[in-house]
Design a protein around this ligand. Sequence first.
Ligand SMILES: [Zn+2]
Length: 393
Amino acid sequence: MTIRFERELLLLRTLASGAQLHVPIFRFIGDSNGKNVYIQANIHGPEIAGIGAAHRLIDLLQQESAIHGTITVVPSINPVGLDLKMNGMQVGYVDPNESVVGNFNRVYQLLVTDKTPTDPEEVQKVGIENFVAAYSHSDIQTIVHDFHAALKEALADLRAKRGREGLRFGLKLAITIQELAADAHYIIDLHTAGIAQYHVFAFEENLDAIPYFGIPAVIQLPDDFVGVFDEAMLLPWIRLRKAFQKAGREIPFSAFEREAFTLELGSADSIDRVMMDEDAERILNYLRHKGILDGSAQPVEMAYYKCLQRNYARYNAPTGGLVLWNKQPGERVRAGETLCTILCAYNRGTDEPTEMPVVAVEDGIVNNLVESQVVHEGMALCSVMTRVEDLKF
Ligand SMILES: [Zn+2]
């Protein structure tokens, strides 16, 4: 079969000087009756491991003799984030020039609501209750086809209405990404997290695919929306299924053929040739598992475990100072054990302590640490997976 390989340059932003920021988008177009995959990396500027993985993935895909569907790979989706440096450091988790400064991965838009809006001035999101009522007796193919079409219409309406007075950059980027991924059945968003062990954010509905990535630590997402990419893309389908269920019709989630994963490929601001290859291979294995590529996929044997996102404990600094770590990513911690000690050297010669331990509230597994060992009170320190359960496949 012939596979078409395309490179598109998407103009994302024009700067004050007239310099234009483009995003290279790579597409492998195979069988027209296959599934669509969207893979992106580097929405957060410091998170570069995914660029390496995507780069190698493109090499590997070019060696494939068949692709069943279309694979879109965007190794670096956010040039504003990648190029944002201060004093030599990577800082592009947000655009500091926005009037609403916020995390680039909290800006995505949920395109469904309970009831179809009656005010035509409002963004016409898809009313799930109305949709279910209208499609209560339809076959699955029609439901999937029309719901997908309705989501795309809602997205177009959102761009038109929210963009009437001009889109702030973070929102423009989020909407652009949702447009790029709108036809995707399977979505992979590549991130990293401070100083971290490998881990995955996934919905319960998609856990079966986890062993094909070979990443043992899983944080299971709830059915609520905080503006994250995989939530924006998958929650409409999860809520659709639940609404059908409430109306008395059981549809297995797999019938929708929709999956989305946030893979956290270790630590930020680091790239490694061996890991680039391994990370590309784990994505390739998943694509084989989904039948996008030929060949048999191998589930990776290891001890998988998960925690619910509500049990994913994020510790913040109780005071300002310097962080001395007692635990490292991947280590188990018991309630009462010290995660780290904040060195408050400024307290010498006073009655205040010069060291303040930060103690684990619950048992768990340390997932990631903040990169800098200098913290102000209230800054993020580390995340710990708690109430960890084994995941069996
Ligand atoms: Zn990230």
